[in-house]
Design a protein around this ligand. Structure first.
Ligand code: ATP
Ligand code: MG
Length: 565
């Protein structure tokens, strides 16, 4: 009994339904407001799934609006990437792509209006002095000596700020609210700063730029947003947004805050992700170990898996840390249904079938996906010389070993039963080749006499297989909470030194030679692998391991379901 109707609605949906019922709003219009100062990460995916998801559910609209108020940190390449990533997730903003910079003139006019109303003033304190005057959480701040300038002087100075008469940092425009407010955001916050910096959209038209807190609420207002959904840290900013909207007497949306997504074994903040990129700890924003959407996509994550994850994490009012194992579980669930099965030998060990005719090639019929009959079958060539996984052979097997060992018999999946008769070693004592015999009566993998063979191995035909590089990824950080460091220590030290292992000379079944970039397969018994979209080519195949097959979450879920029964 867990249908949609019986699941209680989260507090955002409850609030929206109240507003629709009470008539406060007669429709739903949300927005997703990224700052183009980095790539989107899995935390943004959560915000996106809420903003777009809620609008979709209530027959409303969701805008995409870039909060591009800080040209010092923002770039066009981030704008383009963000657009690509949201599309990839499967959301659509129609023709409603907006930029806060579209509203610069209107925001400026409103600032003059606030000056005329005596609610804003030009302040000559330096950024440091502003900080000192602001006070602390326990002490009230002090009024700026410039707080009581006349409207005329303020207007004159503000216009000259715009005209470019003053250098960066010389003056600011501040809201005149309350230097003793218990809410620090209300202690005469800065509305405009001087920044002689070219903007990626407005060029050199402006040398003063609005602060995020001054631009955000009014941008929502201009777009007629009904529900401005944002993360918890903006709760304390809400009174400021409301103050601006009220002072300007313009339309006000309802802001509702939700908990940010945190994920263990990773960091989710563009500032920190940028550091990983800049210091070369990863190969770029789209390194498959990064929690960015571009990185996850390159790794082999699907939009479906990410959306499923966001849904399962749900909407909460208090911060909590999600388990990266759940994200991996969502990917396995999705790929298990969809990914074609293939044979890939990551650490090859040669096998020669002594009694198999030289020159003979048989085509073995293999099932593409046991979860999906419509996926059909394929033919995989089989011959006298094969590769199997090095790990599938032990000279001295432990107890309960069902794989190959001297004298043992195993099944080669979809092919024959084989028995190991000899192993060849090199001068270092490393096994380099196995000699086996096959039982011609067991084609398909079953013995006519019904003898039991427990172990089943994957394999490829040596002559037919294609070579590939395979990149095995592990968690980016070695500890669940990378930011939890002692004083004087750096969270960078928590990086997992083994987060990437590159295997060269892997051997894959021949059908994978033509695998297009971005396509995803299950290598049987190994995991899910995605053709690298950057480095792979027909001449040099490169696969990324998206996730292994091992799944601890499946067990947790099973236990929960059993508990419910
Ligand atoms: P970061 O700290 O990673 O730089 P940000 O909040 O500065 O994130 P923005 O581009 O301003 O990044 O975020 C756009 C929207 O995404 C905001 O509404 C913000 O609330 C939301 N968001 C950002 N990070 C998360 C997260 N971890 N979980 C949920 N929502 C998030
Ligand atoms: Mg931000």
């Amino acid at each position: 009994m867990s249908t949609a109707e019986t699941t209680p609605k989260d507090f955002i949906r409850q609030a929206i339904e109240e507003d629709l019922a009470s008539g406060r709003f007669d429709h739903v219009h949300t927005r997703f407001p990224p700052e183009p100062n980095g790539y989107l990460h899995i935390g943004h995916a959560k915000a996106i799934s809420i903003d777009f998801g809620v609008a979709e559910e209530y027959g409303g609209l969701c805008n995409l609006r870039f909060d591009d108020t800080n040209p010092a940190k923002e770039e066009q390449q981030y704008v383009d990437q963000i657009i690509e990533d949201i599309r990839w997730l499967g959301y659509d903003w129609g023709d409603r792509l907006y930029y806060a910079s579209d509203y610069f003139e209107q925001l400026y006019q409103w600032a003059e209006e606030l000056i005329r109303k005596g609610k804003a003033y030009v302040c000559d304190l330096s950024p440091d002095e502003i900080r000192q005057y602001r006070g602390t959480l326990t002490e009230p701040g002090k009024d700026s000596p410039y707080r009581n300038r006349s409207v005329e002087e303020n207007l004159d100075l503000f216009r000259r700020m715009r005209a470019g008469e003053f250098p960066d940092g010389a003056r600011t425009l501040r809201a005149k609210i309350d230097m003793a407010s218990p809410n620090m955001n209300l202690r005469d916050p800065v509305m405009y700063r001087i920044l002689h910096r070219e903007h990626q959209r407005t060029g050199n038209k402006w040398c003063i730029y609005p602060m995020y807190d001054y631009a955000h609420g009014q941008s929502d207002s201009i777009e007629g947003i009904t529900h401005s959904l944002c993360s918890l840290e903006y709760e304390d900013h809400r009174p400021l947004y409301e103050w601006f909207l009220e002072a300007l007497a313009i339309y006000a949306p309802r802001q509702i805050e939700f908990a940010r997504l945190e994920l263990n074994y990773t960091v989710l903040s563009k500032r920190r992700l940028l550091r990983l990129v800049n210091e070369g700890h990863v190969s770029g924003w789209d390194d498959p170990r990064m929690p960015t959407l571009a990185g996850l996509r390159r790794r082999g994550y699907t939009p479906e898996a990410i959306r499923d994850f966001c849904e399962r994490v749900g909407v909460a009012k208090t911060n909590s840390i999600a388990d990266i194992g759940l994200l991996e579980h969502c990917l396995r669930q999705d790929l298990n249904k969809r990914a074609p099965r293939r044979f890939g030998v990551l650490r090859p060990l040669k096998v020669v079938l002594l009694n198999y005719p030289e020159g003979l090639v048989e085509e073995m019929e293999c099932i593409n996906n046991p979860e999906d009959a419509s996926a059909g079958t394929r033919l995989v060539p089989f011959s006298r010389e094969l590769y199997i996984e090095r790990d599938d052979y032990r000279q001295d097997p432990p107890r309960k070993w069902h794989r190959l060992a001297p004298g043992r018999e195993v099944r080669l999946r979809y092919a024959y039963l084989i028995t190991c008769v000899d192993a060849i070693y090199d001068e270092n004592g490393q096994v380099v080749e196995l000699h086996c015999t096959y039982d011609p009566a067991t084609r398909g993998g079953d013995a006519p006499d019904g003898r039991k063979v427990k172990g089943t191995l994957h394999w490829v035909s040596a002559a037919h297989s294609v070579e590939a590089e395979v990149r095995l990824y592990d968690r980016l950080f070695a500890v669940p909470n990378p930011l939890d460091v002692a004083e004087g220590q750096d969270w960078i030290d928590n990086l997992n030194p083994n987060s990437l292992q590159v295997l060269m000379g892997c051997r894959l079944e021949p059908s994978l030679a033509a695998a297009p970039p971005g396509s995803i397969y299950q290598f049987e018994r190994q995991g899910y692998f995605c053709v690298d979209s950057k480095d792979s080519s027909p001449a040099r195949l490169v696969f990324n391991r998206a996730v292994s097959l091992r799944d601890t979450w499946a067990k947790i879920e099973q236990a929960q379901q059993q508990g419910e029964e």
